[in-house]
Design a binder for this molecule. Structure first.
Ligand code: AMP
Length: 315
């Protein structure tokens, strides 16, 4: 594998999360899709992650300093008058499902991403979950990227089908969960759902299935990575965004978009997702260094490689 690192632009929410977890409640935890995604990506791409987002006057500069300390360019993070986006979620006892109790858009309501001229040439772009028209608006501001990935959610699929369709036509890779894939396609079977979604634009589709791993569908076929089995799962918030950050961070670090690179990237994505759920908010992710990553990738290898070819016993 040759590495030819290229910049990665990440657009999305920066938030305060109020989290009701089986282990206890936590208020005003630093969160948001762009935060998790950029922290995860920066572990693989130490220089070259660029974040675009908005925060309010109440957002501590110290959090932006933590991003800067990881070599993340925050010149595209606007500070607007008002309060930072706030999300309140409650998880079930088994952490398998969550309910949104409240979403306060605050400064995020009038967010219209503006890409500073110095960041317009970003070969890798991750469009986090924002209004699909804003996702398309970002693409109008960047020089033709090599790889554009996007996330979306039920809310947009239900309420903004035409802008979602337009966004799909413009992205190379869509990263969504199984529920969203079913809703978007209207098809329950994920293999058929994936084929349907890929006909609408993205040549690559990743369907995240939480603790059941993730499936990739592309021109080379289907590929699967499991979720790393963990003894202690504390908080699943941001796992999907950390997965996307790990995936895009790895691809940008390689400067490669081939099916083989995307398959390797799936392991780094799953590793970053596994770190994320081990702490409340981004706590564990903030502590994850290269040696942690090295160890987890090695454990992943032991999990999935059994060392021999699978040979059918003689008849
Ligand atoms: P995930 O667990 O990967 O789905 O991401 C959770 C993060 O998404 C939390 O930190 C929230 O702040 C953020 N979030 C929740 N709802 C929204 C929304 N409607 N738009 C943008 N970000 C959101």
């Amino acid at each position: 594998m040759k590495f030819n690192a290229q910049p990665l632009l990440i657009v999305g929410s920066i938030a305060f999360d109020d989290l009701d977890l089986p282990s206890g409640s936590h208020r005003s935890v630093w969160g948001g899709a762009a935060s998790y995604c950029s922290l995860a990506a920066s572990t693989l791409l130490p220089r070259g992650v660029r974040v675009i987002g908005v925060v309010g006057t109440d957002f501590p500069e110290a959090h932006l300093d933590e991003l800067r300390a990881r070599g993340i360019d925050v010149s595209g993070v606007e500070r607007a008058a008002g309060s930072t986006f706030r999300w309140h979620g409650r998880y079930s006892e088994d952490l398998a499902s969550r309910t949104t109790l409240d979403t306060q858009l605050n400064v995020f309501a009038s967010f219209s991403p503006k890409i500073p001229p110095a960041l317009r040439s970003s070969p890798f772009v991750m469009l986090g979950n924002i209004h699909p028209s804003l996702q398309v608006g970002v693409l109008a501001q960047v020089d033709r990227p090599r790889l554009v990935a996007a996330d979306t959610m039920n809310f947009w699929i239900e309420r903004e089908p035409a802008p979602v369709a337009e966004m799909l036509r413009r992205v190379d890779l869509l990263v969504i969960n199984d529920e969203e894939a079913r809703q978007l396609s209207g098809i329950h079977n994920l293999v058929r759902a994936a084929a349907d979604i890929r006909k609408r634009g993205p040549r690559m589709l990743i369907i995240k299935r939480g603790e059941f791993g993730a499936l990739l569908f592309d021109e080379a076929g289907a590929f699967f990575v499991p979720a790393y089995p963990l003894e202690d799962v504390l908080d699943p918030t941001g796992a999907g965004d950390s997965f996307a950050g790990g995936l895009m961070g790895y691809l940008a670090a390689c400067g490669d978009v081939t099916p083989a690179a995307v398959r390797s990237a799936m392991y780094f994505a799953a590793a970053l997702g596994s770190f994320c759920v081990e702490g409340v908010g981004p706590q564990r992710l903030l502590r994850a260094d290269r040696s942690d990553l090295h160890a987890r990738i090695a454990s992943f290898g032991r999990l999935v490689q059994h060392g021999e070819d699978l040979v059918l016993p003689p008849a």
